[in-house]
Write a protein that binds this ligand. Structure first.
Ligand SMILES: [Mg+2]
Length: 167
């Protein structure tokens, strides 16, 4: 396993087959919010988000938001979605993931990280010993730093698609 290559790469969260989680016995998702579920401009879950959460729940999969963004933003979204949240999580550090697993009595193999960034979401999930799923960013911010970050991610994305096929 490469720390930087997710186990699954999809366009959006809705493209993730839920069997990917259920077949592995995954019970909890460490969910990123920004650019994974909504854009930075969306304060609340979209109806499509809500439908997706409902179908996860029907499959016995719980969600906890683990975001590097700050409390006001994360809290507003998470409260509306009805899930627990951890803001300022400092991914790629994985202390929050570990704390949640301990609190809930779950093993790393029962959890997965879902997010849009390799150097935060994927790395944190892998360092915690969990599976990582990556989606394409919904609407990237076009700062120089962000472009640089995405450029650095490209070789790992290429490697993923070389290993698994696809674009
Ligand atoms: Mg994100």
């Amino acid at each position: 396993m490469s720390l930087f290559i997710p186990e699954l790469y999809k366009q959006t969260v809705y493209d993730i087959p839920q069997s990917f989680f259920t077949e592995r016995g995954i019970k909890l998702l460490f969910m990123d919010i920004d650019n994974t579920l909504v854009t930075y401009d969306d304060e609340l879950p979209t109806p499509q988000n809500t439908e997706w959460f409902k179908s996860l729940s029907q499959n016995g999969i719980d969600v906890v938001f683990v975001s590097n963004n700050h409390v006001p933003r994360v809290e507003k979204y998470a409260r509306s979605a009805g899930y627990e949240f951890f803001a300022d999580a400092h991914k790629p550090f994985c202390h929050v993931h570990k704390q949640i697993m301990k609190m809930r009595g779950l093993a790393p193999s029962q959890c997965a990280g879902v997010g849009d960034q390799i150097f935060t979401d994927v790395l944190a999930a892998h360092l915690a010993g969990c599976v990582a799923v990556t989606v394409f960013p919904i609407k990237d911010v076009t700062t120089a730093f962000n472009r640089f970050k995405r450029m650095c991610e490209r070789p790992f994305m290429k490697k993923y698609f070389k290993l698994h096929g696809g674009k």
